[in-house]
Design a protein around this ligand. Structure first.
Ligand SMILES: Nc1ncnc2c1ncn2[C@@H]1O[C@H](COP(=O)(O)OP(=O)(O)OP(=O)(O)O)[C@@H](O)[C@H]1O
Ligand SMILES: [Mg+2]
Length: 266
């Protein structure tokens, strides 16, 4: 049994079909507050679709999604983001023909300037929030060592830098729970290690909870507290990295059918 009071995200029996295909087929999982949880599974298992459903980008046809105890299934993505659950995309969404800094500002939370009435009636509040957002963006870009690229077009960044920008952009919304879809895919090993260190630091310093999809088993085993395994739209297993690494199905799918002593993975 999980302690409901410590659950940041509770997904119960969620289903999402495309035509006759059940991409997610009664998936159930829990993400504990303050944890780093990894979601693994073969290609086409339904991992990205599950992210899409819980963040409101795909319709939830059945089941329940609770964020800090609050039912959010079928809410719109922006409402869910405002409640603190923010996701990144498997394919980065940064706008190539826009400077890096503007990509960041576009992702800022609660911009009073978005409402015309505020621009007219509360111009000082709008300007103050814009200044604050710009400061926050500069700080994040510095933390991700992207500050010298602030005024360049996002399209000029390397694949790895775009992944860092994606993470920095998600942080502009001040999330409590961050969902990362394959943060390491296409990233060189040293940038990948940097990204993983950021994740640990953000959890330790800012208390952000993480759920990340990843195929890199070394990253999963070394950087998560808990691993959830999906196959054919369902969650087939979840537990500590140690327990999951010892499971026959995971050994068959990921470790070439060999029992590997954990010391060699971790
Ligand atoms: N918009 C869509 N329309 C139709 N079918 C879709 C759509 N999105 C996903 N699917 C199908 O749903 C299934 C699950 O796809 P999904 O992208 O969720 O898998 P995944 O676990 O993220 O895989 P990968 O590891 O390759 O990213 C696949 O069979 C996929 O082809
Ligand atoms: Mg995917």
């Amino acid at each position: 049994m999980t302690d409901a009071s410590r659950s940041m995200l509770e997904v119960r029996d969620v289903t999402c079909s495309f035509g006759g295909l059940r991409a997610v087929d009664g998936a159930t999982l829990t993400v504990e507050e303050g944890s780093i949880t990894a979601l693994i599974g073969p290609n086409g298992a339904g991992k990205t679709t599950l992210f899409n459903v819980v963040t409101g980008f795909c319709p939830c046809q059945r089941g329940s999604v609770r964020l800090s105890g609050r039912e959010i299934a079928r809410w719109a993505p922006h409402r869910i983001a405002r409640l603190g659950m923010v996701r990144t995309f498997q394919l980065t969404k940064a706008l190539s023909a826009m400077p890096v800094i503007d990509n960041m500002l576009l992702a800022a939370a609660d911009q009073p300037g978005e409402r015309l009435v505020n621009v007219v009636l509360r111009p000082r509040a709008v300007r103050a929030r814009e200044r604050e957002a710009r400061e926050q963006a500069r700080e994040l870009l510095a933390a991700f060592r992207l500050e010298r690229h602030a005024d360049e077009y996002a399209g000029t960044l390397s694949g790895g830098q775009r992944k860092l920008l994606e993470l920095a952009r998600a942080l502009m919304a001040r999330p409590r729970l961050l969902l990362l879809d394959e943060p390491l895919a296409g990233v060189n090993p040293s940038l990948g290690r940097e990204l993983l260190r950021h994740m640990q630091r953000l959890r330790a310093e800012d208390g952000i909870t993480f759920l990340f999809i990843e195929h890199d088993m070394e990253a999963v085993m070394n950087h998560s507290d808990r691993v959830v395994v999906m196959a054919e739209g369902r969650v087939i297993l979840s537990g500590s990295p140690r327990a999951v690494a010892a499971d026959e199905r995971v050994i068959d799918a990921y470790l070439g059918g060999k029992h590997v002593p954990l010391e060699e993975i971790v």
